[in-house]
Write a protein of this length. Structure first.
Length: 269
């Protein structure tokens, strides 16, 4: 007797397996034609029992009853399985999403910002929306695993998060928001971690901007580390904001050659 698709999905959920690929499902439903399987999958998708990870992909995520209102289970149950295993692409959760993981984002993040090796279209799973940003050397960036009862995913280290926020400030709500986040994020930053992130990114302007921000925040030891790292590199005078816009009076940080608005961060916060 053929097993109906609902039985396959129920058995997978009971075993804690929420990520299924079309080929795996086909193996469990012997004798079912590809067309019949496709129709069965679409019926379950319309019912909200499963959701496709992205258009055209062969990756399906089971939606447990307790997650039905959200339209998908928590991010950690499927993100790594989808990106690392199904697509085979390196990634890490970064920017505002990483800051939120570390408790440093003062505002709720409505999307998950994911750094990958190539350009990808946004993904919507229920209420979860992923947007992708490109980093050619993503595999070389320092990351760590975030472990939860539901699963795990990779996230940028606090130090890499700080550099990414500065270098991609337009995607992070602007430099004022970045500065606000850094004041909390620095509690998780270490000298070794910052050195590793600087060596991995090799972005001199971002290092200048981060160093100036750390100095203005009163984080002298971390600022000194950045200054030492910049010591053998050619620097030029730059504004702290990527677009160069400033409001009100500003002061040049001569050590890092960064023009800093006086109101961006109170000195010695």
């Amino acid at each position: 007797m053929q097993r109906p698709l609902t039985n396959v999905l129920d058995a997978a959920e009971r075993s804690g397996k929420l990520n299924l690929r079309t080929a795996d499902i086909a193996l469990a439903l012997t004798g079912v034609s590809p067309d019949a399987l496709r129709q069965a999958l679409h019926r379950q998708q319309r019912k909200g029992r499963i959701v496709r990870a992205s258009r055209g992909s062969q990756h399906w995520v089971i939606v447990p009853l307790q997650d039905a209102s959200a339209g998908a289970p928590p991010l950690e149950t499927w993100l790594d399985a989808y990106l690392s295993k199904t697509l085979g692409v390196p990634y890490y959760v970064g920017l505002l999403s990483a800051a939120e993981v570390y408790g440093a984002s003062p505002q709720a993040v409505m999307v998950t910002q994911v750094i990958t090796s190539g350009v990808r279209r946004p993904v919507q799973l229920g209420r979860h929306r992923l947007i992708f940003l490109k980093c050619a050397r993503v595999s070389d960036m320092p990351t760590r695993w975030i472990e939860t009862p539901h699963g795990r995913f990779k996230v940028s280290t606090p130090e890499l998060t700080a550099l990414d926020l500065v270098s991609r400030q337009q995607m992070s709500g602007g430099m004022s928001r970045v500065a606000e986040i850094l004041q909390t994020l620095v509690a998780d930053m270490t000298a070794q971690g910052l050195t590793t992130a600087l060596d991995a990114t090799q972005e001199t302007p971002s290092a200048q901007r981060l160093g100036a921000l750390l100095a203005q925040m009163g984080q002298i030891s971390l600022a000194n580390l950045v200054a030492d790292w910049l010591g053998t590199r050619r620097t030029r005078r730059i504004p702290v904001t990527m677009d160069g816009a400033t409001q009100g009076p500003s002061t040049l940080n001569t050590r890092f050659k960064v023009n800093m608005p006086d109101t961006l961060i109170p000195a010695n916060t």
